[in-house]
Design a binder for this molecule. Structure first.
Ligand code: SAH
Length: 389
């Protein structure tokens, strides 16, 4: 025997056969008795030659079935034909592209492109023509920079495009606000480089980050610059792209859900509401008067019918409080301080503006400050339960 399947209802006999098989090192599966199996039968999604096997090691067959059903629904029936066709081109592709990464780029482009649609529509002639054209095209394999917004924390808030891009990256330069859940979605073989802050100081200077981006892209890599929230909102995304432009490097931008929209949503605060707020102002709390574009506090304080979202406010709460108060911002304006929003550690304090200084000290990084009448709706609309995601 090479492999044995035992399906009797005699448990003593089953045990005997199991012991014997174990002694003779023969593969054995005693049906419905996990402890007497040296192998298991996974649930199979069959798109020949593509096979997806799902198993919970016998612990949760219903869950396994649900996962299998999901996968069944997203993999088109004749997807396997794409693989069968691709196989015929593998040796040509190997001859044409000597480097592993170049072959990977080629196939990524093919499988992301019209080729698969032709196969799925049963139009094999067109699919073959597409492959022929692709392989003949002169490839430049120039590196590129992808500026990707990872959203505020919950990995479910990464966009589909963001996911696609991080799964094709050669290198990822990421910041401290990028959650570990999102990092686990990055292509396994990609080089991951942390360039965030440590104890509020950049551990890699902006100048170094810029030169790393440029050098890696110049070496032909797909470089992903992954940032928390949206890269164009208090994320220095613009500055990094200006440098890329200066050095003639191609780039793409994948927007992310910024803290203001993501965190407010998870705190049950609609940023606009016909009865309370007719607009939103996003500002940073961290640039003081000495900087070129400091805030116009007198203007901001007048916007009482707007929602004011202040990023990086925690450490500047005294300064912000004094400026707004000096300009007669209402002390009883509803205020929310939300720490680690959208994550399982989200912590929300709802109070009024007059207690900003006192309450900021209780919060940790990152914290978002929201001021405005809409904040009062949180009591009614808050829905997100910690540790429930
Ligand atoms: N580009 C980011 C903002 C970077 S500035 C974005 O679009 O969201 C960093 C500030 O963003 C933090 O100081 C904090 O005010 C806010 N922030 C980011 N993620 C947050 C989160 N999960 N919870 C609360 N505030 C957050």
């Amino acid at each position: 025997m090479f492999l044995i399947i035992v399906a009797t209802n005699d448990s003593i006999l089953n045990s005997l056969i199991y012991q014997e098989a174990k002694r003779k090192r023969i593969l054995i599966n005693v049906i419905d008795d996990r402890s007497k199996c040296s192998f298991i039968f996974p649930s199979i999604v069959d798109r020949f030659p593509i096979t997806v096997a799902v198993s919970s090691g016998g612990t949760a067959p219903v869950l396994t079935r649900m996962i299998k059903e999901r996968i069944e629904s997203i993999l088109p029936m004749n997807l396997g034909n794409s693989a069968l066709l691709a196989e015929r081109w593998r040796s040509h592709v190997k001859l044409k592209f000597k480097k592993n990464t170049h072959r990977r780029y080629f196939w990524e482009k093919v499988f992301n492109g019209i080729f698969v649609s032709h196969v799925l529509n049963g139009n094999l002639k067109k699919a073959i023509k597409t492959l022929n054209t692709e392989i003949k095209q002169k490839k430049s394999f120039k590196g590129e920079i992808f500026l990707v917004g990872a959203g505020p924390g919950d990995s479910g808030l990464l966009t589909l495009r963001g996911l696609q891009v991080i799964q094709q990256a050669d290198v990822i330069l990421y910041d401290s606000l990028v959650s570990s859940d999102i990092l686990s979605l990055v292509r396994k073989d990609a080089k991951k480089i942390y360039v965030g802050k440590k104890a509020n100081k950049l551990c890699v200077s902006q100048k170094n980050i810029n030169s790393m981006l440029i050098n890696m892209a110049r070496n032909g890599n797909k470089v992903v610059r992954l940032k928390g929230g949206d890269s164009f909102i208090f994320g220095r995304g613009g500055e990094e792209l200006e440098i890329a432009k200066k050095f003639g490097i191609n780039f793409q931008v994948v927007p992310g859900i910024t803290a203001a929209t993501g965190v407010s949503a998870y705190a049950g605060i609609p940023l606009t509401h016909r009865n309370y707020s007719s607009g939103i102002i996003f500002i940073t709390g961290s640039n003081k008067e000495k900087e070129k574009n400091s805030q116009d506090w007198s203007f901001i304080s007048k916007c009482k019918n707007y929602t004011l979202v202040i990023y990086m406010a925690r450490l500047q709460s005294t300064y912000i409080f004094d400026k707004l108060k000096f300009n007669n911002y209402p002390l009883d304006m509803p205020m929310a301080l939300i720490e680690k929003g959208t994550t399982s550690e989200q912590n929300t304090i709802i109070d009024t503006f007059k207690n900003l200084k006192k309450l900021s000290c209780l919060m940790k990084r990152p914290t978002l400050l929201i001021l405005g009448k809409v904040v009062s709706l949180s009591k009614e609309l808050s829905w997100f339960k910690k540790n429930s995601n």
